[in-house]
Ligand binder design. Structure first.
Ligand SMILES: [Fe+2]
Length: 237
């Protein structure tokens, strides 16, 4: 698994350099504008809860790696509730017809974001637990990069609005360690896992796929933010 973790780290460094993160770190732009893509996260945030509950979690099990995965899924299966809270606080909880909300959720502007959980589920379907674990490590690496940046923007916003943003803010960043959660000394344990050549090839493939789908999603979200200017400036409360 050591080689898999090294690949995750390499891709993580590259992921952090994407234009989407530069956009979010650009303090010349209103912080709310830098989070204007937030509605596009809906298919991912909600789908990710489902992915953890219904795809990654397999109970009961005696398989030690599956047990580790199962524990991890309990942390990541409910964060979408924080996302819904933040939408409201960001002033993005627009009143719209249910059919319009569905059009947005299943529309062109969220196509890539929708692909994230879908593709990960396809790639990990009936995979050995060790391959799923590689996917989780890659997902956690992307989450760590993204939440480190959104937490900074959220902090800027918090100073203006006096609101706490649980999904995009510091709290979420703190529970996403960048690795599989719920197990002590996880990094050491992961490094000690020996993979067969076939497992390693599968793990490499799934890691590349995870970074690919998240990268595509970041481009889509940046394009959305650029097309949707926040009209109402924030007022300190
Ligand atoms: Fe999360």
């Amino acid at each position: 698994m050591k080689e898999v973790l090294a690949l995750v780290e390499k891709r993580k460094q590259e992921f952090a350099q994407l234009p989407f993160f530069r956009f979010m770190q650009d303090k010349t732009i209103d912080p709310r504008q830098r989070l204007a893509w937030a509605p596009c996260v809906a298919p991912f945030a909600i789908g990710f809860g489902q992915l953890n509950r219904f795809d990654f979690r397999k109970e009961p099990t005696d398989e030690p790696i599956q047990k580790l995965i199962n524990r991890h899924t309990y942390e990541d299966d409910y964060h979408w509730l924080w996302f819904l809270e933040d939408l409201e606080k960001l002033g993005l909880n627009h009143l719209m017809k249910f059919s319009d909300a569905m059009r947005f959720y299943w529309g062109e502007e969220t196509y890539k974001t929708r692909q994230v959980c879908h593709q990960i589920a396809l790639y990990t379907f009936r995979s050995e637990p060790v391959v799923v674990l590689a996917a989780i490590e890659a997902i956690e690496a992307t989450g760590n990069v993204a939440l480190a940046v959104t937490a900074q923007v959220a902090q800027e916003l918090e100073q203006i609005t006096r609101q706490k943003y649980r999904y995009f803010g510091e709290d979420h960043f703190c529970v996403e360690t960048g690795h599989t959660t719920g197990t002590d000394d996880i990094e050491k344990l992961l490094e000690s896992i020996q993979l067969t050549q076939k497992q390693r090839a599968k793990a490499f493939e799934v890691v590349e796929k995870v970074f690919e789908v998240f990268t595509e999603a970041t481009h889509e979200m940046r394009a959305y933010a650029e097309k949707h200017p926040i009209v109402q400036p924030l007022k300190a409360s």
